[in-house]
Design a protein around this ligand. Structure first.
Ligand code: NCD
Ligand code: ZN
Length: 365
């Protein structure tokens, strides 16, 4: 097969940032995806429906005025992105509210009736980029979880413990036993998305959980194992959280994604950071993949002989889980290799996209 046409996909986990950074990255997503669940880890975080409404408006405004990427920029910074002027996108940002120790039931009720806040995001305090306001103890949120369960509001979990004595590579597994299982015992009907799962353990847990528990899987965790962080030297652009794991875990994730199970769906976790913030003595976590946000998944599904399963993973199961209509229009991909730019203009700096300077096998037409 060298051409596939699928229902337009959605991205169920995306970092769009704000301001000029937002304008720089948004067209990559809007060109491919009809909707995206937008992460609230701005600085300061999007902790209320009112803040989410303002952020949503800034995204909609940025859709009208995206950054025009030059065809050619001095030095190495060559962008192959076409001129954006005149392009019109029909993209819908699905907003999230950032859970803190102090989130109130009234705030959850407001979010639920807003019509545009679609989920609440849980970060363990200190787990990742801009998570200092995250939850310090899940028990502080019991009333909120009660309300979310009753309202059918999904809880999106960054599923890692933050304890310094837990090995970096075990943080997701420990989270399942220490936090996720007890939470679901207490609130068995709470809708939970175990975000960006990275281990066999998480895939198995989700597969055997009831239908109110699902997971998103990123393209990078499907494509790479932890060796990618150390090939020939330290590779900061392959550092993200949760961190890449062993090959056996990658294989389990591919199996889950291509299994046809409605519990697993697409969430890129595309997380842009300026090159200078990644290539630093203490580099930020996050990979940028929106420039090839569906194409990279096509590679994975093809390699696993599962291209026929791509559409449901990318375009059906997420919408079904969130109780939203499936998209009506379609996109097409052709099997035609193209070279990813070395860098992309990004808010007064550049960012280095996933596969920079290398090829991606599928191309959107
Ligand atoms: C994300 C970011 O940069 O906002 N980074 C990442 O490595 N995925 C935060 C997150 O989702 O953990
Ligand atoms: Zn994320």
């Amino acid at each position: 097969m060298d051409k596939i046409t699928i229902t337009r996909p959605d991205d169920w986990h995306l970092h769009l940032r704000d301001g000029d950074a937002l304008k720089a990255v948004l067209p990559d997503t809007a060109r491919r995806f009809a909707r995206a669940i937008v992460m609230p880890n701005l600085r300061p975080p999007v902790t209320t429906t009112a803040l989410a409404a303002e952020y949503r408006q800034r995204i909609l405004d940025a859709l009208q005025k995206p950054t025009v990427r030059p065809e050619r920029v001095e030095g190495q910074h060559i962008s192959t992105a076409r001129q954006m002027q005149g392009e019109r996108f029909s993209f819908e940002p699905l907003m999230t509210v950032y859970l803190t120790d102090n989130t109130t039931v009234a705030e959850i009720e407001k979010a639920s009736t807003s019509g545009f806040v679609r989920a609440v995001k849980y970060y363990p305090a200190g787990a990742t980029t801009n998570s200092d306001s995250g939850v310090t103890d899940l028990n502080k949120c019991n009333q909120v979880f009660e309300a979310m369960q009753a309202l059918g509001m999904p809880l999106l979990m960054h599923g890692e413990v933050t304890d310094g004595d837990v090995d970096m590579f075990d943080r997701e597994c420990v989270f399942i036993d220490r936090h996720l299982k007890p939470l679901l015992e207490k609130y068995p009907a709470l809708k939970v998305v175990f975000e960006h799962i990275t281990t066999k353990d998480a895939a198995e847990f989700v597969a055997s959980a009831p239908s109110n528990v699902a997971a998103t899987i990123t393209p990078h965790h499907l494509l790479m194992n932890r060796n990618a962080m150390f090939s020939g030297g330290i590779r900061p652009h392959h550092y993200c959280l949760p961190i890449l794991k062993r090959e056996e875990h990658r294989i389990a994730l591919v199996k889950a994604a291509t299994s046809g199970s409605p519990k697993f769906f697409l969430g890129t976790d595309s997380a842009p950071h300026a090159k200078s913030a990644k290539e630093a003595s203490c580099g930020c976590a996050g990979m940028y993949s929106s420039h090839a946000g569906i194409e990279l998944y096509a590679e994975v599904f093809e390699a696993a002989n599962g291209l026929d399963k791509l559409e449901a993973f990318a375009s059906f199961y997420g919408a079904d889980f969130y109780g939203l209509p499936r998209n009506k229009d379609q996109i097409s991909l052709v099997k035609e290799a193209w070279t990813v730019p070395e860098s992309i203009i990004f808010a007064g700096d550049v960012l280095v996209p996933l596969r920079a300077g290398q090829t991606v096998a599928w191309k959107m037409v």
